[in-house]
Structures are given as structure tokens and as C-alpha cells.
Design a protein around this ligand. Structure first.
Ligand SMILES: O=c1ccn([C@@H]2O[C@H](COP(=O)(O)OP(=O)(O)O[C@H]3O[C@H](CO)[C@@H](O)[C@H](O)[C@H]3O)[C@@H](O)[C@H]2O)c(=O)[nH]1
Ligand SMILES: [Mn+2]
Length: 718
């Protein structure tokens, strides 16, 4: 850090001096020169913010054996969100539900809620079937201490892994014969269950789908009930509730944050657990121990009073070896979150966190017991306000579905009007990255969080694995993040007085990260065009300042490489990360920033396109083979192609010039920059000329773009 920042100061010195020295050449070259300087300033700014993660990295261990007895553990509500059964296959959603019901936690202390924003009968039907299947699945998991409690994952394991339990220590001690009998019984049960699972799958698949997704539907709250007809003995089951909030076209519904807030209210008049696990529908519980792990922190008297949430990393089951799109977001969930954990804790990351319910209620404690004030804050439900008191519990044992009147009110469109929901209470509105904003404000209000990363992933999700989806998702995220950098929650203004400075720098890094689009666009065009026109922008090779530039370049790259190695990556992975960073910067970072700006001036409305979770075999195959899928929308492909063309043409022109004029000394850095960009983005050439498969760049797009770019080049003449 010290060396790199010293080098940056030298760079600054070099640029500033130039402004005062070369007045004769300055006139004509001022614009490109200033643009490059501005890029360097932005890059340095982001670099400085980035260092904040490096001061106090922390990693934690848990000792669940020290938890209190089961009967002393607090209750937990699990919230799962789904929005659209066509993009989020019902079977996968139900697998997530089942894996959550099967968490290793006292059954009567676990309550699972599913929010269905699509209001789809398909999902409701799926829930009823999942409930039936769970009556077989849960006893099986408990009895044999199964590790993989997501049925889909379990049944796709090799046969060998199934007898997992038989290898466990206690059973090994038993005589061989009885062991064989146990294994035999177990195998029969597995086969039996597998048949039941297939039937469950079939039932979901064949259910008629009339209306897939709607933005206009009444609220539905259904408590799954024991169906007496099946032949399972009395099985202990966690509470399972289906909630579809009311939606009307005329009402804003605030996407996922809105859905979570409805669950927050509905659950408070049903189970009202002090802790909540939030899951996306595509993120199942891979290991059943997460609830106990989280409680190790929440029940730790040293930290529990200020602890708002325990965040587990997002990990994915469908990542290929070299992960060409960096779908796993390596840096975020290793270096960055660990770094924040040493400050006041990581950012809330949307899914896989256990949050304390009261932390979401703003500063309601200061409102006292004045009912009117509380109603202004929380809306009009008396029942909800009663739930805020310490010892409120609702007896769910009787009459179940008759109790649902209040939940319907709480899930209605109008309920939040005039209250503080989304502004001070619950998950916050006004952004599509509700997780970032809610976490940021919690930290500003003095709450802390911890990052828990056991060696076996506790949660596994499906990552986006094709270029188009990655860039669309990126546009949404960077729009959301950047808008939080330019509104009243700007971390550099709102943060420092409310949290440690380093912490606010971390938050600022996240919100200003999309600004990479500016320097990357500049550095992919200006030095190259100047190369073509013989305008030097960097020191000569013989100039002492040349070393400064080389040092900064190498130090940045090597530091990154080092971190990739430290976190289990390879050289290959590192190049892939560099490449996708460039591709994203010139496309979705840019669109994200633009979106945020347009939203700020009121020209655009917020939108949240859920990612596609159904698997396309051809696309998956390409990703698994580390081949880029260039069948993406033109708004992404065109800028990449144009920039690539500029680099190639200017490089060719530049080499020609250097031979003719012989000013290699002056132009070296610019030549190098073009070569670097071309080499890193080599897969674009591959997609353009070599590949024949479905993921290649289509000629009908490429040819006009390339021709137009080349034709425009002569106009950039200084
Ligand atoms: O109107 C909506 C839109 C989305 N969702 C749910 O939100 C979750 C996340 O959506 P997804 O399409 O998977 O987006 P991702 O980009 O994968 O989500 C990441 O980014 C989001 C913020 O942009 C966070 O909310 C997520 O937790 C985080 O995993 C899913 O369960 C959706 O069903 C809703 O419930 N209602
Ligand atoms: Mn997702």
C-alpha cells in the first residue's frame, strides 16, 4: 500500500507538472491528456477505497457444541422469496423450501414462509405437494443424520455417498452383521423415498399452468395442514406458510424488499420468532447446521446485544473450473467480506443471513408505548403492534386458517400507506439492492454483523452462467449500488459520522465501483487514437517517470494475482477475472450508472428483472467448457466489439507509424496498452473468427460494427 501510494503521488506529480511545463504542445493535446489524467484519478480513488478492506481481515470459528440445550434455543423463521415460476422453476423453489424445513434445529422452533410475488397457483400447488413430501423426507433426514437435505442434491449424489451415515463413527462400532442389516434397511428406504420424490416431481411438472405471472392479484395466505389421508405416523413438522401479497398495478410493490416486509409482518402475528433466516428461492441449505452456527453468534453474550445479522457467503453449485464470468464473485465473498468483518461486519448480501427481528424495527423503542405513535410508524394493525412486546406468542394450535384474517390485512397493498415501512422499518425501499441499503443503514444505526464461512458451504445457489444474464444482472446491481452513492445515503457523507471511517470507505467502494466504466472507456480509446495520430500521452521509456507507470501497472496486477492465489484461484482464473472486469466495466457498469442517473432525474423507473434460473443445456455446456456465450443482447456486444476494433486498428496503425517515424520510445506505453487489451480479450477474436458453435459472435452484428468503427477512425484526428 505504501509503495503503491507513493508511486501514485509520483504519477500525480508528473501529470501536474506537465500542465505547467509543455505549454506549446499542451494546446492541441489538452483534451486527450486531461481525459487520461481524469481516468487515472478515478482509478486511484477506487484503489484508495479498496484498501479499506485490507486493514483487519478476520475469519471466525464456531463451537456449536457449546450451545444451550435444544429447549433453550430461540425460535427461527425462514423467509424464502420467489417471483416468477417461469424463470424460477417451481421444483427448485420447493427444493429450497424442503432443505430449509430440514434444517438441524428443533422442529417446533422452525417456521418456514414462502413469499410468492407471482401469486401463481403453480407455486401454491407446489407448496402443498412439498408439504406432503416433507412428511417422508424430514423423518428420513433426522433419523439417518443426512448431510444433504435438499432432495434434488441428495438424489443426484453417487450411490456411495448415500451410505454416508453408515460410515459415521458410532455405527462403525456395531458388529458387522447388524451394520449390514442397517445399511440394507437404509437402502430400501432410500429407494422408497426416491420413488416418492419422482412422484412429487411429476406432480409439479404436470400441474396445468394457465397464468404464469401476474402483477395484479389478491393476497393469499395459506397454512399447510396435516392431511390425514396419508399413511405416515405422526410426524413433527415445522410450520409451513404460503404467502402471496396483494398486488395492484396502481401500487408500487418494491420488489424483494416489499415481499420481505410482508413476510415480516405476517410472520409476526403467527410465529413471531426473534431470528429470521432470509433465502432467495435459488439458494438451498446445503448443510443443515447453519441455524446452530448462527446461534453461536446470536447467543454469544459478548456480541449479541449489537449484533444484527450473521451473513454466510453466497456459494454456487454450478461454477465451472475456471469460472469465465467470475459468477462466484470471488473477491466479494472472500477478501472483501472478511475485511469488513474486522471492522463492524460485512454488508448484508441478500440471501443466507440470520437476522435479529428487532433490528429491522428502526428506533421504535424510542417511541414508547404511545399507540398512536406506534401506528404512525408500523401501520394500523393492533395485532402487529402487540407482537412487538417481549412475550407475545400466538397459539397456532387451534383453528389455523381461521386465524388468517390479520395476515390478509398485513399483506394488502394499502397497509403500508402512511407508515414508515421501507423508510425506517423493515427492508428499505427506493433501490433494487435492498440488501446493501438495509445493511448500510443498520450499520449506521450502530448495529454490527459477522461473517461466518465454514469449510462446507452452508448455502448453495445457482449462479448466472451466461454473458447476457451476467450483464443484465450487473446492470441492475450497479445501478442500485451507484444510486446509493449519489443519494442522501452517500457513504462518504452519511457514513463517517455514524461508523468507523474505514467501514464507510468499504461501503463507498461498493457504491463507486461502477465508476470503473469511465476510466476503462477512456483508456480503451484515447491512448489508442493518440497512438494512431502520433500524440504521446505517457513518459518515454528513457524518462525516469516511465518506471513509475510500470510499477503502478505491475503492482496492481500482481497484488490481484496474489489474492487470487491466496483464495484458491489459478493463473487462468485471474486472467478470466481481468477480462470479465473489462467487459463488465464497458457495458453494465456504464448502463448501471446511466440508469441510476436517469432515475435520479426521474426519467426512468426502477425495475427488477429476476435472473433466469432454469437451465439451458446448450448454454450450460458452453460455460462448463469455458467458452464465452456471445449470444447476448446487442447493447452489450456492440460496445465490446467497437472497442476491440479500435484497439486492433490503432495497434496496427501504431506499429506502422513507429516503423516509419521511429518514435517507439515515446509511444511504447500506448502500444503496450493496446496489446494488453487485445491479449486479455483474445476470446473475442476467437468468437469472431474461429468458433463455429452457437455461442460465437454473429457475423450480421459484427461486420457492420467493425466497418462503422473503422470508417469513423479517421475522423478522430487532432
Ligand atoms: O419482485 C421481486 C423480484 C425478485 N424477488 C426475489 O428476489 C430474489 C433475488 O432475485 P434474483 O433474480 O435471484 O436476483 P439476483 O441478482 O441473483 O439476487 C442478488 O441481488 C439481489 C439484489 O439485486 C438480492 O436481493 C439477492 O439476494 C441477491 O442474491 C429471488 O428469490 C426472487 O424471487 C421477489 O421476491 N420479488
Ligand atoms: Mn439469484
Amino acid at each position: 500500500m505504501l509503495l503503491h501510494s507513493t508511486a501514485l503521488l509520483f504519477l500525480l506529480h508528473y501529470r501536474v507538472c506537465f500542465l505547467f511545463q509543455h505549454s506549446e504542445s499542451r494546446e492541441s493535446h489538452l483534451l486527450p491528456w486531461l481525459l487520461v489524467f481524469a481516468s487515472e484519478i478515478i482509478l486511484s480513488f477506487i484503489w484508495i477505497l479498496n484498501q479499506a478492506y485490507r486493514w483487519r481481515p478476520v475469519s471466525r470459528s464456531v463451537f456449536p457444541q457449546r450451545l444451550p440445550q435444544d429447549d433453550k434455543l430461540p425460535t427461527i423463521d425462514v423467509f424464502i422469496c420467489t417471483a416468477d415460476p417461469t424463470k424460477e422453476p417451481t421444483l427448485d423453489v420447493m427444493n429450497t423450501v424442503l432443505s430449509a424445513m430440514a434444517l438441524d434445529y428443533p422442529t417446533e422452533k422452525l417456521h418456514v414462509y414462502l413469499s410468492d410475488d407471482g401469486g401463481s397457483p403453480v407455486t401454491l400447488h407446489g407448496m402443498r405437494e412439498a408439504w406432503k413430501f416433507a412428511r417422508w423426507w424430514l423423518p428420513f433426514c433426522r433419523r439417518y443424520k443426512i448431510r444433504d437435505r435438499c432432495p434434488k442434491a441428495y438424489f443426484s449424489l453417487e450411490d456411495d455417498d448415500h451410505s454416508d451415515f453408515a460410515r459415521s463413527s458410532s455405527l462403525y462400532l456395531i458388529l458387522n452383521l447388524s451394520k449390514i442389516i442397517i445399511v440394507y434397511h437404509f437402502m430400501i428406504r432410500v429407494n422408497n423415498l426416491q420413488e416418492k420424490y419422482e412422484a412429487f416431481k411429476e406432480e409439479i411438472k404436470t400441474f396445468r399452468k394457465d397464468k404464469a405471472f401476474s402483477r395484479d392479484h389478491p393476497s393469499v395466505v395459506e397454512l399447510m395442514q396435516e392431511s390425514i389421508s396419508d399413511d405416515v405416523d405422526d410426524v413433527k413438522m415445522p410450520l409451513l406458510v404460503y404467502v402471496s401479497r396483494e398486488k395492484k398495478l396502481s401500487h408500487p410493490h418494491h420488489f424483494k424488499a416489499g415481499a420481505l416486509n410482508v413476510l415480516l409482518r405476517v410472520s409476526s402475528v403467527m410465529s413471531n420468532s426473534p431470528y429470521i433466516l432470509v433465502l432467495d428461492c435459488d439458494m438451498f441449505c446445503n448443510d443443515p447446521t447453519s441455524a446452530r452456527y448462527a446461534m453461536c453468534f446470536h447467543l454469544d453474550l459478548k456480541i449479541s446485544s449489537s449484533l444484527a445479522f450473521v451473513q454466510f457467503p453466497q456459494k454456487f453449485y454450478n461454477i465451472s473450473k475456471n469460472d469465465i464470468y467470475d459468477s462466484q464473485m470471488r473477491s466479494l465473498f472472500t477478501v472483501q467480506w472478511q475485511g469488513m468483518d474486522g471492522l463492524k461486519g460485512p454488508v448484508m448480501s441478500g440471501t443466507g443471513f440470520y437476522i435479529k427481528r428487532v433490528s429491522l424495527f428502526g428506533n421504535f423503542a424510542s417511541k414508547g408505548t404511545d399507540l398512536l405513535k406506534l401506528k404512525e410508524y408500523f401501520g394500523t394493525s393492533n395485532e402487529f403492534i402487540r407482537s412487538l412486546t417481549q412475550n407475545y406468542t400466538r397459539d397456532l394450535a387451534f383453528g389455523k386458517n381461521e386465524l388468517l384474517e390479520e395476515p390478509h390485512l398485513l399483506a394488502s397493498c394499502e397497509y403500508e400507506i402512511g407508515s414508515k415501512w421501507g423508510q425506517e422499518v423493515g427492508f428499505l425501499y427506493g433501490t433494487v439492492v435492498e440488501d446493501y441499503l438495509t445493511g448500510f443503514v443498520l450499520h449506521c444505526n450502530g448495529w454490527t454483523s459477522v461473517f461466518c464461512e465454514p469449510s462446507r458451504p452452508q448455502f448453495l445457489g445457482s449462479a448466472t452462467t451466461n454473458l447476457n444474464d451476467i450483464l443484465i444482472q450487473g446492470t441492475r446491481w450497479y445501478c442500485g449500488l451507484f444510486e446509493n452513492g449519489i443519494n442522501r445515503f452517500c457513504p462518504l457523507i452519511y457514513g463517517p459520522s455514524r461508523m468507523p471511517l474505514l467501514q464507510s470507505l468499504c461501503f463507498a467502494e461498493l457504491t463507486y465501483f461502477p465508476l470503473y466504466c469511465l476510466p476503462l472507456w477512456c483508456l480503451a480509446t484515447i491512448p489508442q487514437l493518440c497512438l494512431l495520430n502520433g500524440i504521446p500521452l505517457y513518459p518515454k521509456v528513457s524518462d525516469p517517470f516511465f518506471i513509475v507507470f510500470v510499477f503502478i501497472f505491475l503492482s496492481a496486477l500482481l497484488k490481484d494475482l496474489h489474492e487470487v492465489f491466496l483464495t484458491g484461484g489459478t493463473l487462468h482464473k485471474w486472467i478470466n477475472e481481468q477480462r470479465i472486469w473489462m467487459m463488465k466495466s464497458v457495458t453494465c457498469h456504464l448502463y448501471g450508472c446511466l440508469d441510476a442517473l436517469l432515475k435520479k432525474v426521474g426519467i426512468r423507473e426502477a425495475s427488477f428483472l429476476p435472473t433466469n434460473k432454469s437451465e439451458d443445456n446448450e448454454q450450460t455446456l458452453l460455460y462448463q467448457m469455458d467458452k464465452y456465450d456471445f449470444q447476448a443482447s446487442n447493447i452489450f456486444i456492440v460496445p465490446m466489439l467497437a472497442l476491440f476494433t479500435i484497439n486492433i486498428s490503432c495497434f496496427v496503425g501504431g506499429v506502422y507509424r513507429v516503423f516509419l517515424v521511429g518514435d517507439c520510445d515515446k509511444m511504447f506505453i500506448q502500444l503496450f496498452l493496446a496489446v494488453f487489451i487485445i491479449i486479455v480479450n483474445y476470446p473475442i477474436i476467437e468468437g469472431l473468427v474461429i468458433r463455429k458453435d452457437k455461442g460465437r459472435i454473429s457475423k450480421s452484428v459484427a461486420i457492420p460494427v467493425i466497418l462503422a468503427t473503422v470508417a469513423l477512425l479517421p475522423f478522430f484526428n487532432y
